[in-house]
Design a protein around this ligand. Sequence first.
Ligand code: GAR
Length: 189
Amino acid sequence: MKKRIAIFASGSGTNAEEIFKKFHHHSTIEVALLLSNNPTAYAIKRADNFGIPSKVFDRKTFYETDEIVEFLKTQEVDLIVLAGFMWLVPQNMVKAFPNKIINIHPALLPKYGGKGMYGMHVHEAVKENNETETGITIHYVNEHYDEGQIIFQAKCELSANDSPKDIANKIHKLEHNHYPRIIEELINI
Ligand code: GAR
């Protein structure tokens, strides 16, 4: 049986799509499903295009029941990949899948992490502080935002006239280059 990945995404899903592509005809790994807290997430459409089933859940189900954890168990998932997922992972899920949940963060943690630091907010803060470099962090997920053990980081240089949007583009390029590759490495450990 192939190793099975579940992806969580809340929005556009460009990272999710790169992961779908990487494992589309892979001999030992497959993306089994996409989960989202957002019924209008474009990531769902992207999954659909690859024939990958998706499941949408609401806040109450995620935080007040074991439904999602039980569902992931029945799906025999080997790795849970957060790819632009904007909600904090609840404790019951962290406990049920120790060292099996990873996240990508669009900055060099521990800088620009924590509650409220997601998506464009990160790049706006980086710009505001006149940083000359930024980057991405892939890390294990624990019950605090952006605090789990770091697995991988990559950097890019910034120029003084890069806008937050330019920074986001540089970060997306880095993410797309590295996230699928790191997932492949991790799942084979
Ligand atoms: C990515 O840059 C990802 O690192 C970030 O959201 C973006 C989603 O883009 N995630 C976070 O900020 C999580 N705290 P995508 O939907 O195009 O993959």
